[in-house]
Design a protein around this ligand. Sequence first.
Ligand SMILES: Nc1ncnc2c1ncn2[C@@H]1O[C@H](COP(=O)(O)OP(=O)(O)OP(=O)(O)O)[C@@H](O)[C@H]1O
Length: 341
Amino acid sequence: MTQHATAPSSASPSPAYADGPRLLADIGGTNARFALETAPGQTGLIEVLPCADYPTLADALRAYLGSPKVLAAGVGALRHAALAIANPITGDLVRMTNHHWEFSIAALRRECGFETLEVVNDFTALARALPHLAASQKQQIGGGVARAQTPLGLVGAGTGLGVSGLIPSDDGWTALLSEGGHVTFSPANETEVAILQFAWRQYEHVSAERLLSGDGIELIYRALAHYTGRVAQELDAPEISRRALAGECALCDQAIDAFCGMLGTVAGNLAVTLGAQGGIYIGGGIVPRLGERFARSSFRSRFEQKGRFVNYLAQVPTFVITAEYPAFLGVSAILAEKLGS
Ligand SMILES: Nc1ncnc2c1ncn2[C@@H]1O[C@H](COP(=O)(O)OP(=O)(O)OP(=O)(O)O)[C@@H](O)[C@H]1O
């Protein structure tokens, strides 16, 4: 269990919620992140638990609520909770795509004694966070200037590939519930055609997510080794990027650059599909860990490389979300909207 420092996000504290702290959660295929929000913008007691350590989501939730830090805070019974999860939410039963947890929302609400339990797709929540990001919580990659009152796009590679968009209206924003990570992968050069052919040995349908994810980095690495006649070692995605960033392995560096270029194509596709002149935001666990390597990768040039739309895309800014727990901003906004404050 990893403990993280309280991270309040507002300079002048608002009064605490009259009905007690609210539980916020962001559940990915690898990590479950929990926090308590005591007042608008006051989110703390953050913990990140590995999903694999708990048989069910309820077990992870109980472990968080029973952790020494939360117990010491003496928060008492919680009435309202909202969780973002890496899944489409289509009814009461939630089955995770990239992990074995499944649960009934109504049963989980009763089991935990919550009056309110909102469950939303994690990228819908992250999309809702975008307008709340401070300048220090994002890094622009390349040029372009956001146009006000136009859609924003969101794409994030982690265990899977999440996609969403945020559409402006007169009274706020609408976040899209998208499964855009499962679009068919489109190669943009001969090397990527070879990578696609290699991936076809394993998958009948090669979606963007099959390559733009942790497992995808490993597949790209193996495919490039095969294409260039080199020997692939048994390396996982964190080790491939570690060796690439340390300059220890040319093949690893090529794999990471191919990953960044492919992400540029997917981000550019999303920008033209949504007309996202407000910008494309890059979330997920992988890109922020690539640091400056991402900024000097082929991402931005591939984002703009769209034939007759090169000038259009050159005007669209792209941002890496650097905030540590950005989804909490979104689930907090969704819960506040549900509760009317
Ligand atoms: N330094 C790194 N470089 C590349 N990949 C990494 C690195 N660290 C972790 N990963 C990969 O990122 C994935 C975990 O992503 P993330 O931290 O976003 O988790 P998650 O929120 O549980 O995922 P998701 O929300 O996509 O289901 C794993 O596949 C892991 O192998």
